[in-house]
Design a protein around this ligand. Sequence first.
Ligand SMILES: Nc1ncnc2c1ncn2[C@@H]1O[C@H](COP(=O)(O)OP(=O)(O)OP(=O)(O)O)[C@@H](O)[C@H]1O
Ligand SMILES: [Mg+2]
Length: 221
Amino acid sequence: MIHLQNIEKVYRTDTIETRALNHISLDVAKGEFLSIMGPSGCGKSTLLNIMGLLDEPSGGELKIDEQKTDHLSDKELARFRNKKIGFIFQSYHLINDLKVLDNVELPLLYRSSTARERKGLAATALEKVGLSNRMKHFPTQLSGGQKQRVAIARAIVGRPEIILADEPTGNLDSAMGNEIMEILIGLNRNEGTTIVMVTHDEQMARRTHRLVRLFDGAQVG
Ligand SMILES: Nc1ncnc2c1ncn2[C@@H]1O[C@H](COP(=O)(O)OP(=O)(O)OP(=O)(O)O)[C@@H](O)[C@H]1O
Ligand SMILES: [Mg+2]
C-alpha cells in the first residue's frame, strides 16, 4: 500500500544541511498496522509526513497504492491525499472556532456531497470514537483525550484506506492512550485500514503487527 525506496530527506538553510532521512526502504502492506519508534529527532515525523504527501522527499521513490505521486500537481496531490489518507497529528490541529462536528466534516468539503450527507458522515465518525455527546462543543471545551478522538474522527470520516498517526497517544494518560489504541486496532481489524503509527511507547508498539526502528534518519535492526 505504501512503497518507499531509498527515500532521502535533506533540509537545507543558508548555513546548515540536516540529513533527516537516509536511504529508507520500506513497504507497508494493505491491512498492515506498522509502528515506528526511535529517539527524538531521528526522523519519524519527517518519514510520516512524506508517506502522507505533506512533504516531498529529496530523493528516492514513493508509491501510494501502486501510484507514483511525484508528477502530480499540488491540486491533484491534495485530492489524492484527501481521498486516500487520514492524518492524525500529535498536536490535534483542530480549528478552535469550529464546533466538533464542523471540524470532523472538514475533509469532506472537497468532495461533491451535500451538507446533509457530510453532517451525517461526521456524526457517524464521532459515534465511532464515542463522542456523539460532544458534537456541538468547541475544541477548547474538551479534554486532551477527547480532542485526540475528534482528530481521529476527522481522520476517518472520509473512510481513507490509510491512516498515519504521529504519536496519537503521546499527550494522554495510559487509560486514555489505551482507548485511542483500541479505536485504531478496531479500524485496522474491522475495516482493513492500513495504519502507520509513530509512538514512544513500547507497549503500544507491541500491539501492532510490525515495528520499525529509526536512528539518525536510518532504519536499524
Ligand atoms: N523544517 C525543517 N528544517 C530543518 N530541519 C528540520 C525541519 N524539520 C525537521 N528537521 C530536522 O530533521 C530531523 C528529524 O526531525 P523529525 O521531526 O522528523 O524528528 P522526530 O523523530 O519526529 O522527533 P520527535 O520524536 O521529537 O518528534 C531533526 O534533526 C530536525 O531538526
Ligand atoms: Mg516527531
